[in-house]
Design a binder for this molecule. Structure first.
Ligand SMILES: Cc1cc2nc3c(=O)[nH]c(=O)nc-3n(C[C@H](O)[C@H](O)[C@H](O)COP(=O)(O)OP(=O)(O)OC[C@H]3O[C@@H](n4cnc5c(N)ncnc54)[C@H](O)[C@@H]3O)c2cc1C
Length: 415
């Protein structure tokens, strides 16, 4: 049962949302052929429209912030509300019923991962300067972790940071940096001690993205858009007060960022993702394309929907545990793995239903639009830890299977 506190909070959230935005149309209760049929997971907007999209995100975050919903779990001294993650989840669930601007460009990486890392590890001046600005929607942050030679094996980062007086000088290349093109700051992992075991020679810095020597180059995806970037750092001078954590202690900082990756609980509830996994939507698509009588396709649909349902139950269980004050357990790792797999299976199922209509636009509502989701699915199995890495984690930490063989150098830091 909800406590009085939660009921009051929910009522306050609804009052705020009712005063500012309209209710969202329910995309799962569709009337075939009506409304928006976009299935885009990644943006593929022209630059000008993309800028307007980012502006709308900033504006909605500012309104949230002014009304006490911009940083629900954040400390009051930095403009937060000082409430619990359960309040945060409750607000997200309520907000998903409303037609609000998509704030993913700010929230997924910046507010969800970099903000909590700054709070935990940055020096006071940096916290004062950036935390209120980020949660007010004024500053977007990106994650400068991956490099051409460091992805799953993130501790192999090779971007160098060398101390020069009160400053550090950074040189190297980052890659797959989401939202770097819109960001004011980036959290970079650098190598400060090449002699130490790899996890012990890394230092983290907050890099102003307009600093001389920072160059952002967009990478075009097969979906048509360019959400990711290469970021080149050439003699970038960073004051020592922009360092997070200890010198050579950057791995601890990185772990804070990675652990703050937003829980996926409830994130399947909105937009194209909800439509892609909706029994109503998928069966309506089969009827509209005269494939409903194909028993083999129907059997595949049933198998997929059973897994979607199982994932929803796992998410609901995680949410119940969280509400009861229990930290999320192994079900979150399974849930994350299933998220990518379910969407991939849905997109492949639909491309079999559609046949040539997935590659040639016949103009029929709700058909060719699926191409955008189909082309996005490989990325879903890579982002936030690849499917193979997730399976390794599950095998070792949940099923208790023997660990992967590790090298002598890795053993020094990984017992
Ligand atoms: C949509 C998207 C957004 C991203 N955004 C960001 C971002 O904002 N900032 C950022 O820093 N990075 C970002 N990344 C990068 C992402 O973190 C890396 O792509 C990911 O960690 C994998 O690293 P890699 O691409 O170097 O692949 P590799 O690590 O080189 O892996 C290649 C293949 O080998 C497999 N493999 C590797 N190691 C093992 C192992 N031990 N056991 C079994 N198989 C293994 C992998 O599963 C994969 O199939 C993003 C990626 C995507 C797809």
């Amino acid at each position: 049962m909800e406590s009085d506190d939660m009921r009051d909070f929910a009522a306050e959230a609804r009052r705020f949302l009712d005063a500012h935005v309209a209710k969202a149309p329910d995309r799962t209760a569709l009337t075939w052929g009506e409304g928006d049929d976009s299935m885009a997971y990644f943006s593929s907007l022209p630059l000008e429209e993309e800028r307007e999209f980012v502006q709308r995100a900033r504006e909605w975050q500012r309104i949230r912030h002014e009304n006490g919903f911009g940083w629900i779990t954040g400390p009051v001294e930095y403009g937060g509300r000082g409430l619990t993650p359960v309040h945060d989840l409750l607000y997200d669930a309520i907000e998903s019923e409303y037609d609000v601007a998509d704030t993913g460009v700010l929230s997924v990486i910046g507010l969800g991962m970099i903000g909590p890392t700054i709070l935990a590890h940055a020096q006071p001046r940096i916290k004062d300067r950036w935390l209120p600005a980020m949660y007010r929607g004024d500053a977007i942050a990106c994650q400068l972790f991956s490099e051409p030679g460091a992805g799953s094996d993130l501790a192999s980062v090779a971007t160098r940071a060398v101390r020069e007086g009160e400053d550090w000088v950074l040189n190297g290349q980052k890659v797959w940096t989401s939202v770097a093109q819109h960001s004011q700051i980036g959290l970079a992992l650098t190598r400060t001690n090449p002699e130490a075991p790899k996890h012990r020679g890394i230092t983290a810095f907050l890099v102003p993205m307009d600093a001389p020597g920072v160059e952002v180059r967009p990478l075009r995806q097969m979906t048509g858009g360019a959400d990711f970037n290469e970021v080149f750092l050439t003699d970038v001078r960073i004051p020592d007060d922009h360092r997070l954590g200890e010198v050579d202690g950057g791995w601890t900082v990185a772990l804070t960022t990675l652990m703050n990756e937003r829980a996926t609980v409830g994130s399947e509830g909105v937009g194209p993702v909800a439509a892609a996994l909706s029994p109503d939507h998928l069966s309506a698509l089969m009827r509209a394309t005269w494939t409903w009588d194909d028993r083999a396709l129907r059997a595949r649909l049933a198998e997929l929907l059973v897994d979607v349902l199982a994932t929803e139950h796992l998410n609901a269980r995680a949410l119940r545990r969280l509400r009861a004050g229990v930290a999320p357990g192994p079900e979150m790792s399974v849930s994350k793995l299933m998220y990518g797999q379910n969407l991939t299976r849905a997109a492949h199922f639909v491309s079999d239903v559609l046949g040539p209509r997935i590659i040639a636009d016949t103009g029929q509502w709700g058909t060719y639009a699926w191409t955008e989701l189909l082309l996005a699915t490989p990325a879903l199995r890579i982002l936030g830890g690849t499917e193979e890495i997730m399976k390794n984690i599950l095998a070792e930490r949940v099923l208790g299977l023997p660990k992967e063989p590790v090298t002598a150098a890795a053993k020094e830091v990984r017992p």
